[in-house]
Design a protein around this ligand. Structure first.
Ligand code: SF4
Length: 366
């Protein structure tokens, strides 16, 4: 790569020198690396378990790569995996039950999952537990039971807080119910995750940004953005084929998620996932929609460009110093952002890296 890596001392001297040059605008902006969990997450996908209905966009057995397996065989595989991790002294994991409606599963099935977690806690292979569920399937009692079993985060598949969008997507609950569920999780002292679905039927870019705002004001500790895809075998496929639904374009998705990501960053709330995980069989199942394996990286690249653009206020970049963790995505996929950066005056020679969690910009009038 043509970009020159600066050590911290050189970067500091460089910055000071530029600051002392008349008419140069020097700006430092915090740009920390996205927060990571303390432990590796071991997802346990329990497709459709407990779901009171099949949501029109959902194809969990495909999304999760699990096919039609029984809960017993899924849990047996988890036990086996934990046993092997223990044998090779691998670090303890956070067990995460996703892909269904955990709190609406039959009590015996919930207990079977919690038993696996308990064994993991006892043996030291599990250090934390989380699960996802629907907002309309959650009571204070259910939260307390999960917390007593070691659960420290509940993720709610809210998708949207907007009543009309929830009706259009036939979710079966209102925005008020989703807000109450958030409050129930927090009132119990549990961490809250909120999953949103930009592009779901009825969700425009403006509604998605309102949803992000609402999730943040509701006190979410983490967010996930899953842009709506048309998956084969869903009701949404029928609507799409009838012309009654059109997924967001890639450009719409990128623009909206960039704004949503910046809003969350401003609130210091991490967006821990953008886009469906690339499970086996997913590519073949996607009929239409803004699927991208590196959506999160592309959004971060776009957000960085947007932030620098705003900060320059029409002036041209003379130099830009960027945290090293951005090296992998700075230019975007296939250098798609190179022209936009060039438009701001940035060449590879003017781009430098450092270990600090901040952006340093030097601009000057054209
Ligand atoms: S979106 Fe959630 S609640 Fe709806 S069917 Fe899928 S897993 Fe179940």
């Amino acid at each position: 790569m043509a970009c020159k890596a600066l050590d911290a001392a050189f970067a500091a001297a460089y910055t000071q020198g530029m600051k002392n040059t008349p008419s140069f605008l020097s700006i430092t902006l915090p740009w920390p690396a996205p927060a990571r969990g303390n432990a590796p997450v071991r997802p346990v996908f329990i497709p459709f378990s407990g779901c009171p209905t099949r949501c029109i966009f959902c194809a969990q057995h495909v999304q999760t790569g699990q096919g039609q397996r029984s809960l017993a065989s899924i849990l047996a595989a988890v036990r086996d995996d934990l046993r092997q991790r223990r044998a090779r002294q691998a670090p303890a994991v956070e067990l995460a039950f996703f892909g269904g409606t955990f709190t609406a599963m039959p009590a015996a099935d919930q207990q079977a999952c919690l038993d696996v977690a308990k064994q993991g806690f006892d043996e030291g292979t599990v250090c934390a537990l989380r699960c996802s569920t629907r907002p309309d399937c959650l009571s204070a009692q259910a939260v307390h039971r999960l917390m007593a079993a070691g659960c420290t985060m509940i993720e709610l598949g809210v998708q949207s807080f907007h009543d009309s969008a929830l009706v259009t997507a036939r979710r079966g609950y209102s925005g008020a119910v989703a807000q109450e569920a958030c409050a129930t999780v927090l009132a119990a002292g549990c961490a809250l995750g909120v999953q949103l679905m930009p592009g779901m039927p009825g969700v425009t870019a403006a509604i998605f940004l309102q949803d992000v705002h609402k999730a943040l004001t509701c006190g979410a500790h983490v967010l996930r953005y899953y842009p709506c895809l048309v998956l084969r075998g869903t009701v949404l496929e029928d609507l799409y084929r009838q012309g009654a639904y059109a997924p967001w374009t890639w450009q719409e998705t990128l623009a909206a998620l960039t704004q949503g990501w910046l809003m969350a960053r401003q609130a210091k709330v991490p967006v821990i996932r953008m886009g469906l995980a690339p499970e086996e069989g997913l590519d073949a199942a996607v009929l239409a929609g803004p699927q991208h394996k590196a959506l999160g990286a592309e959004v971060q690249a776009q957000a960085l460009l947007h932030t620098v653009e705003q900060a320059c206020r029409g002036q041209k970049l003379q130099a830009l110093i960027v945290p090293r963790f951005c090296q992998g995505f700075f230019w975007g996929e296939k250098r798609r952002l190179a022209a936009a950066w060039a438009g701001l005056g940035l060449s590879s020679q003017q781009l430098h890296w450092h270990a600090q969690p901040e952006l340093v910009l030097h601009c000057a009038p054209e």
